[in-house]
Design a protein around this ligand. Structure first.
Ligand code: SF4
Ligand code: SF4
Length: 361
């Protein structure tokens, strides 16, 4: 572990100010699921009391959502040392078997789900955009393989706005899943380099999934993977075409709250654009923990090894919406949309931004 990470691991003052904002800790109620407990474990590894293999499961019980990093008064960064511990886990060959399996699938198929074919109706929609345009819509593995209806609706929205764009049937992996699983390992960088080579053939890349947008705009830059294409988030692109008048908007007056994906609001500092879009179609209210203080609502990747916890994380977020009397949550992350939809309940409607625009209210 680098000296910087060791310093962060050891500098926690145990003030507990970050304890209440961890979505996983809140869902499990377990002390081990707090950033300070994770640091304590790693501190004992650094001192030779434990081996990394003894705490490695705990290293994968973190969403790397950065809520604790934002909250820590000491400027302490748990995401940084958690990711470094994952990389150490690769180098020491002590990754849990369930993580190794997902990494293998990422390397074999480009996605952690091991999927090789996309849904037939999505395929038909994608094929209609096979011709090369200046703009590429990058859908991402969750939309392509897990929530094809979300990918179809994203395409429909751009069609409705008269945008000329391409979609790749064989989309390269952005590297976001490997970045989460094994951090800055060589395999992650190779996947990113291959993806950059493919998408640099376009002038502009509109990125549907905030998880991909985060790595394109942050890790690619940090790790020297050059992107000559202009990369824009789907939400900021929608705000832009709405302002230009390409998208027609009729406000239904419906009261909704917006679930900020942390990759947009915290990592990329994008909070206003999605609200501008929502406000054109509905009345955008706020729930507890919004904007940069957002609370993660779960994802499809962690569901692979912690399905019950992810369900509870999503249920907690629905309770936050109920707490302000909201009956609809609008999402901009396909993974959070799927997590929230998986909770069996009928009080709060879950809508994607695309569904709001397409009038599926
Ligand atoms: S990064 Fe998020 S999930 Fe991980 S410990 Fe911090 S608040 Fe919890
Ligand atoms: S807020 Fe910072 S110093 Fe306080 S317990 Fe959390 S990580 Fe430690």
């Amino acid at each position: 572990m680098t000296e910087n990470s060791k310093k962060h691991v050891d500098s926690c003052r145990f003030c507990w100010m970050c304890r209440h904002i961890c979505p996983i800790g809140n869902a499990t109620g377990l002390e081990r699921n707090t950033s300070r407990a994770r640091a304590l474990g790693l501190s004992l590894v650094n001192r030779g009391t434990f081996t990394l293999s003894e705490v490695i499961d705990n290293i994968y019980e973190c969403a790397c959502c950065g809520a604790c990093t934002k909250e820590c008064v000491t400027g302490w960064d748990p995401v940084m040392f958690t990711k470094e511990a994952r990389l150490d886990g690769v180098l020491e060959g002590v990754l849990p078997e369930y993580i190794n399996n997902l990494v293998d699938k990422c390397l074999e198929t480009g996605n952690a789900y091991g999927a090789v074919e996309i849904d037939a109706s999505l395929k038909a929609t994608v094929v209609a955009h096979a011709q090369k345009a200046d703009t590429l819509l990058f859908l991402g593995v969750d939309a392509l393989y897990k929530v094809p209806e979300a990918a179809i609706k994203a395409i429909k929205v751009l069609e409705k706005a008269g945008v000329e764009f391409s979609v790749l049937e064989k989309e390269p992996a952005s590297g976001q899943q490997l970045e989460y699983l094994i951090s800055a390992a060589n395999e992650t960088k190779q996947q990113m380099l291959a993806c950059a080579a493919a998408i640099n053939a376009y002038d502009k890349v509109v990125v549907f999934d905030p998880q991909d947008a985060k790595v394109f705009k942050r890790e690619y830059k940090e790790w020297g993977v050059e992107l000559s294409a202009e990369v824009v988030t789907f939400t900021s692109f929608l705000a832009e075409i709405l302002e230009k008048g390409s998208l027609e908007a009729k406000n239904s007056g419906k009261n909704v709250v917006y679930q900020d994906p942390f990759q947009l609001s915290r990592d990329l500092e994008e909070t206003e654009e999605p609200r501008k879009v929502i406000s054109a179609y509905a009345v955008c209210n706020e729930m507890l923990c919004c904007g940069k203080d957002t609370m993660w609502a779960g994802n499809l990747l962690m569901k692979e090894w912690m399905p019950d916890v992810i369900l509870r994380v999503a249920a907690d977020r629905i309770n936050n919406a109920k707490g302000v009397g909201a009956d609809t949550i609008v999402t901009a992350s396909v993974s959070e949309y799927a997590s929230l939809k998986a909770v069996e309940q009928s009080e709060v409607k879950i809508l994607s931004l695309e569904e709001l625009i397409l009038g599926e209210q």
